[in-house]
Design a protein. Sequence first.
Length: 376
Amino acid sequence: MDKDSINVAVVGLGFGAEFVPIYLDHPNVKSIMICDSDPERLNAVSEKFNIKEKCTEFSDIINSSEIDAVHLVSGIPDHAEQSLNVLNSGKHCACAVPMATSIEDIWSIVNLQKETGLNYMMMETAVYTRPFLYSKDLYDKGEFGRIQFLRGAHYQDMEGWPSYWDGLPPMWYATHATSPLLAISHSRATKVHCYGSGKIRDNLVLQYGNPYPIETAIFELDSPNLSAEVTRSLFYCARHYMESFTIYGENACYEWQMENESPALFRMSPVVPGEYRTEILDRPAPPDRTELLPKSIRKYTKRFVYNSLDKHLSFEQGGGHHGSHPHLVNEFVRSIIEKRQPEVDVIKSANWTAAGICAHESAMLNGTEILIPDFG
């Protein structure tokens, strides 16, 4: 790695193909290598973007002395082991959500990152979407006043997806719903009560022992007098895909409940004890925050790799993740160049992921309170 540029590898070229051209065009990326176990998919991406450096074996990435950083866009069961291998090989690591599916694996990644000093970033799309970036601006301007409550939800049907999804505990993949709440409030989830609801078919229970299609949790946060509610579904819920969050403040409420509609912004006049409060409802369209990005990758907040002719289900269902992808790439790359930890560092990644793991544990114990580890 030289002073102003790095060599990056992208592992997993299903949804991961979306990130390839962003790295290619980033001004601080010198070269890119791609990896996928499917030779046909690997060659298709290689030809599309004229990339010569490619491999089907993850070990080739680990053993390369030329690569400075690796972006893992592999399947959930591989995230923890591959992240540990990347860090152990002396490379910076970015990883798709979730970070891991066990508290033990989370601790292993946290401890290894601390030992090596390398960068680890969970590539959480939800905190770089247009709606979230707009809500952050509102928060920074003091529009909400004191935050009083937070709510998030993520509905998605995983029927027909790769087999590792079958029966996955809903809260194991809850970071899209929890992260906006914890990020906007600068909070850590400390305790959780969670309940499962509904029923899935028997063969879906076998893989993980999870009987629930839907789980709902109440989290206690380390911010004084603040809690959050999160609902997550993966099977047998007839609801169109939705990632959502709501910020309830004393002066304003920001509510994003539908993928293809602008969020609602409720404002009320200041509290005067005993006096009726006037209210205003607006639906401001969140702006595209391209000014936060290098000019060469600003176009990637719009649809590019995946479009009406070339589709990928995770991209389609998530609305293209609302312009977040170049922001994720830029933060990961710039954090390495600037020799600092990324905004979504290993500690935030750990808490956002562990909150869901502990929530499922609570659901399996009929709502018993579970303490969420402090990784800080």
